[in-house]
Design a binder for this molecule. Structure first.
Ligand SMILES: [Zn+2]
Length: 101
């Protein structure tokens, strides 16, 4: 009689944040699939860690018996951005200042 979905791992969409003043990153679960709250997961150090490695199944903080699957949210379709044209600026040359005696 056991419900299978009791142990089903649900996806949890995350966004990457850094902690101001530090080099620590967090994956932020905006809305936990189980409790609806926000959860934070350390994603490592800005310099050394690859936060992507921290994605995947982790225990939900609100219920360690359950896992959820940290995932990046699907990206909305991008509008084609304006083409940013970089105008090359000619550097004004400072005159060599020939000194003619
Ligand atoms: Zn939760």
């Amino acid at each position: 009689m056991g419900k299978k979905d009791r142990l089903t791992t649900r996806p949890a969409f995350v966004t990457l944040r850094d902690l101001p003043g530090t080099r620590v990153m967090f994956w932020v679960v905006g809305e936990c699939p189980y409790c609806g709250e926000r959860h934070l997961h350390p994603a490592g150090n800005l310099r050394t860690a690859d936060p992507g490695e921290r994605l995947g199944e982790v225990p939900a903080p609100c219920n360690p018996e359950r896992l959820y699957d940290l995932q990046l949210p699907p990206k909305p379709q991008r509008k084609k951005g304006k083409e940013a044209r970089k105008k090359e600026r000619r550097k004004g040359r400072v005159g060599d200042g020939w000194d003619v005696e």
